[in-house]
Ligand binder design. Structure first.
Ligand code: ATP
Ligand code: MG
Length: 323
């Protein structure tokens, strides 16, 4: 499946753009968002990178922690996920606020007793958002501009981690409440209010399961690996693909970005050009089962709608202008 097929496929609801730092993840996410919206999909582009640059890419402030309409479109929205806000929402989802002090105690004990602390806040809240948007039918498509590899791997690991953490919390909670019940009957405590925290946690576990199914379905989800033709990026890409495979996240397309054109009159350029071409050949050999899209190095930065559109045209193979 070419990148064009992915972008224009109706069933594809989630596209993630990921890879090493600085290779062009945000630019590709932005360009694919623009293509998707122009095609008619109600599109949301989300940054899960704590060091946001989606605002810079669109040349519009998307940092308010809310979904913001992107200028020039009536079907494109953007958001840089706000860590603090997101974390609070995530805690609400996992039942911290809703379940009250007992669950908090269980969570604290869980950390002490099992050595298993609650998941990291950045990843957790980003995942909370993914859960939220997976259920949200206001968008046909959600595009994730992810953080550099290590951070994103932690995010993708989260469903498993959370599932088992919530499972342990449930068990402990059950034990605690029967202990509390025992104490109440001994000391004649009054009726306790109905407690729905158990259900909340169970529901969250169900949502996580549903998300895992969606994220592992190649008709619904595609992780686009962005890289540059340099040895370090090749190694990191291998690691990323291996991990995506472990978590059953479909990744069949790769973008090799920032290719420099041949320029025989410049020795420096020729050296770089040759280095890149050698690496590009290795990349083709190594990732022979992956569809590769080549993107040239632009003569300037990729900022604003015009440049994002230009990149988009190249991504879907429609460009005559390959500077
Ligand atoms: N093909 C290209 N030609 C010229 N400039 C490019 C190209 N691709 C990306 N850039 C520029 O390189 C910089 C990094 O790109 P971008 O922000 O998309 O990468 P990233 O992988 O998201 O980086 P980070 O890891 O910091 O989030 C930006 O200034 C962008 O405009
Ligand atoms: Mg980025």
């Amino acid at each position: 499946m070419t990148l064009r097929d992915v972008v224009y496929k109706d069933s594809v609801k989630f596209i993630l753009s990921g890879g090493k730092g600085g290779v062009g993840k945000t630019s590709c996410a932005g360009a694919i968002a623009v293509l998707s919206a122009r095609y008619g999909f109600r599109t949301l582009v989300l940054s899960t990178d704590p060091a946001h640059s989606l605002s810079d890419s669109f040349d519009q402030d998307l940092s308010g922690g809310e979904v913001i309409p992107i200028k020039g479109f009536d079907n494109l929205w953007g958001m840089e996920i706000n860590t603090e806000k997101g974390m609070q929402q995530f805690q609400d989802i996992i039942g911290d606020g809703a379940a009250g002090p007992e669950a908090q105690m269980a969570a604290n004990l869980m950390g002490d007793m099992t050595g298993m602390s609650p998941p990291g806040s950045d990843e957790a809240m980003a995942f909370g958002k993914i859960l939220e948007f997976i259920e949200d039918s206001s968008y046909d498509r959600v595009i994730f501009d992810t953080a550099p590899t290590g951070h994103t791997l932690k995010l993708l690991e989260l469903p498993d981690l959370l599932d088992s953490w919530l499972g342990k919390m449930l068990t402990l909670r059950q034990r605690l409440s029967s202990m509390m019940g025992g104490l109440r009957s001994m000391f004649g405590g009054g009726n306790q209010d109905e407690d729905n925290s158990w259900e909340m946690i169970q529901q969250t576990k169900d949502k996580i399961r549903a998300a895992r199914i969606e994220l592992s379905d190649p008709d619904t989800t595609q992780f686009i690996v962005v890289m540059i033709p340099e040895a370090m990026a090749v190694f990191e890409t291998q690691r990323l693909l291996a991990n995506l495979d472990t978590w059953h996240i479909p990744a069949t397309n790769m973008v090799v970005n920032q290719l420099i054109p041949p320029n025989p009159s410049c020795m420096f350029c020729t050296k770089r050009y040759e280095m890149q071409q050698t690496n590009l050949k290795d990349i083709r050999d190594l990732f022979s089962d992956i569809d590769i899209t080549e993107v040239p190095l632009f003569d300037g930065e990729i900022r604003g709608l015009e440049e994002l559109s230009r990149l988009g045209m190249i991504l879907i193979g429609d460009s005559e202008d390959e500077t």
